[in-house]
Ligand binder design. Structure first.
Ligand SMILES: Cc1cc2nc3c(=O)[nH]c(=O)nc-3n(C[C@H](O)[C@H](O)[C@H](O)COP(=O)(O)OP(=O)(O)OC[C@H]3O[C@@H](n4cnc5c(N)ncnc54)[C@H](O)[C@@H]3O)c2cc1C
Length: 400
C-alpha cells in the first residue's frame, strides 16, 4: 500500500473540498435546520453535486455513482465527513449508501429498477431494519422478527428500532427470520418492504440524546404486522441474511470511519485555532502544556486512524473482506473521535458547549459511533478471537 495519494485522487479530493467550501460550510446551519426549510436547499445542492460529477461517490458508475474504489472514497469521504449533513448533499448518506450497495450486489434486475435506481438518483430514501428492542442487537442470531411464506408472499411480523432514516423513507430492507430450524447463520433473510405496504407502521421517531430530528436524521421504531410482500422482494436467496449483512456492514463501517476522520480533523482545527487566540493567566491557551499535549496526542491519533483506514480500504479494493482491519479501526477511531472532540470542547470552555460552534453537535453524534454498526466490545472480541486463532494454530499474528 502506498501512502502517497495518487494524482487522480488528489484532484477529486480538491473538487470535493472546493464544493464543500463553496456550497456546504456557508449554508451549514440552514442545511441542519430540523424543519422543512432545509429541504429545498438540500435538493438544490444535490443537483449541483450531480452536475459537478460528484454524486454518489461510494458507488461505481455502473451503479449510478461516481466512485473509483475504497481508497479514493477514503480521501473523498474524509472531506465530506467534515460536515454532518454533507453526506446527504453528495448522495452517500447512511443507511442508503449501504442499502444501495447490497441492492447493486444482490438485487435482481427488477429490484434494481424498482428500488436501486430511484434510491441512487436521490428520488427516494430507505432504511435498514435489523435491530430489535427485545433482543441484543450485538448478536443477530437472537432476532425474533419473522417472515412466513404463504404461497408467493412473505407475511412479516416484526418489531424493530433504530431504523435510521425511516421517517419519509420509500422502503426498508428488513432482516427477519425465515427458517427458524436452520443453523443460526442461515435462519434470516433480507426482505425489501415498501413503506406503503399495509401493516407497516412507523411507531415513533425515537428521541436520541435530546434530539428527535426529522426525515433522514431520525432513528425510528417500526412495526410490521402481517405485512405481505411478494417473495420476489427477497434480496439474494432465503437464508442469505447474515451473508448480506456482513457484506453491507463491513464497507458501511469503514464509510463511517472515513467520515469520522473529517469530523476529527475539523474539531482538531477548531481546537488549534481557538487555543492560539484565547488568552488566560498571561499567555494564550496554546502556550499551556496541557493544551499542547492534547494537540500532539490528537495529531498522532488522527494520523493513526487515517493510516488504518487507508490500509483497510486498500484490502477492500483488493477484494478482501478486511474484517480485522475494519474492526480495529472501527473501535479505535470511534474512541479517538470522541476524545478529540471532547478536548476541543474543553479548550473552548463554555463556548464549546453552545451551538455557536459545530462541536456540540459533533460530540453528540460521535457518541453513537461506539455503539452503532457493532459496539466497541464486539469489535474487540472479533479482533482478539481472530488473532488468538492464529496462535492456536501454532502460528503468530503477522501485521501486514
Ligand atoms: C445512532 C444509531 C443508529 C443506528 N442505526 C441502525 C440502523 O439503521 N439499523 C439497525 O438495524 N440498527 C441500527 N442501530 C442499532 C445498533 O446497530 C445497535 O444499537 C448495536 O448493534 C448494539 O445493539 P443493542 O443496542 O441491542 O445493544 P446490546 O447488543 O444489547 O449490547 C449492549 C452492550 O453490551 C455490550 N456487549 C455486547 N456484546 C458484548 C460482548 N461480546 N462483549 C462485551 N460486551 C458486549 C456492549 O457494551 C453493548 O454496548 C443504530 C444505533 C445507533 C445508536
Amino acid at each position: 500500500m502506498s501512502v502517497v495519494i495518487p494524482e487522480s485522487i488528489r484532484e477529486r479530493r480538491e473538487q470535493v473540498r472546493a464544493f464543500m467550501e463553496q456550497h456546504v460550510y456557508p449554508n451549514e446551519s440552514r442545511l441542519l435546520a430540523e424543519d422543512e426549510t432545509a429541504d429545498a436547499l438540500i435538493a438544490e445542492l444535490q443537483a449541483k453535486a450531480k452536475e459537478a460529477g460528484l454524486w454518489a461517490p461510494h458507488l461505481p458508475p455502473e451503479a449510478g455513482g461516481s466512485g473509483g474504489g475504497f481508497i479514493e472514497y477514503a480521501y473523498v469521504n474524509e472531506e465530506i465527513g467534515r460536515s454532518a449533513v454533507a453526506q446527504l448533499v453528495f448522495g452517500c448518506q447512511a443507511p442508503d449508501a449501504g442499502n444501495a450497495e447490497i441492492l447493486h450486489l444482490y438485487g435482481t434486475p427488477e429490484q434494481k429498477e424498482r428500488f436501486l435506481r430511484p434510491l441512487v438518483a436521490g428520488e427516494t430514501r430507505s432504511f435498514f431494519g435489523m435491530t430489535e428492542p427485545e433482543v441484543a442487537g450485538s448478536d443477530p442470531t437472537l432476532l425474533r422478527g419473522r417472515a412466513e411464506r404463504h404461497g408467493d408472499e412473505w407475511v412479516i411480523n416484526a418489531h424493530k428500532w433504530f431504523s435510521s432514516g425511516a421517517d419519509g423513507a420509500g422502503f426498508g430492507i428488513v432482516m427477519v427470520v425465515t427458517d427458524p430450524d436452520a443453523e443460526p447463520h442461515r435462519r434470516a433473510s433480507m426482505i425489501i418492504v415498501p413503506t406503503d405496504a399495509p401493516g407497516y407502521e412507523l411507531v415513533r421517531r425515537i428521541p436520541v440524546m435530546g434530539h428527535t430530528g426529522r426525515g433522514w436524521g431520525t432513528h425510528c421504531e417500526t412495526r410490521f404486522t402481517n405485512v405481505r410482500v411478494p417473495v420476489e422482494n427477497t434480496l439474494g436467496e432465503p437464508g442469505d441474511g447474515f451473508r448480506i449483512a456482513q457484506k453491507r456492514l463491513g464497507p458501511g463501517r469503514i464509510h463511517h470511519v472515513m467520515r469520522w476522520l473529517g469530523q476529527m480533523q475539523r474539531a482538531f482545527e477548531l481546537m488549534c485555532s481557538y487555543a492560539l487566540e484565547r488568552e488566560a493567566f498571561g499567555s494564550t491557551l496554546a502556550e499551556k502544556q496541557t493544551v499542547q499535549n492534547w494537540i500532539a496526542e490528537s495529531a498522532a491519533e488522527i494520523q493513526a486512524c487515517r493510516l488504518m483506514t487507508l490500509q483497510a480500504a486498500h484490502r477492500l479494493d483488493e477484494g478482501d473482506e478486511a474484517r480485522v482491519e475494519i474492526s480495529l479501526v472501527k473501535f479505535y477511531a470511534a474512541r479517538v473521535l470522541g476524545e478529540v472532540i471532547d478536548r476541543a470542547i474543553q479548550v473552548h470552555g463554555g463556548l464549546g458547549l453552545t451551538d455557536d460552534t459545530p462541536l456540540a453537535l459533533m460530540w453528540r453524534m460521535a457518541r453513537g459511533g461506539r455503539v452503532y454498526d457493532g459496539a466497541d466490545e464486539v469489535h474487540k472480541m472479533v479482533v482478539a478471537r481472530r488473532i488468538l486463532r492464529s496462535f492456536e494454530d501454532g502460528g503468530v499474528w503477522r501485521f501486514t
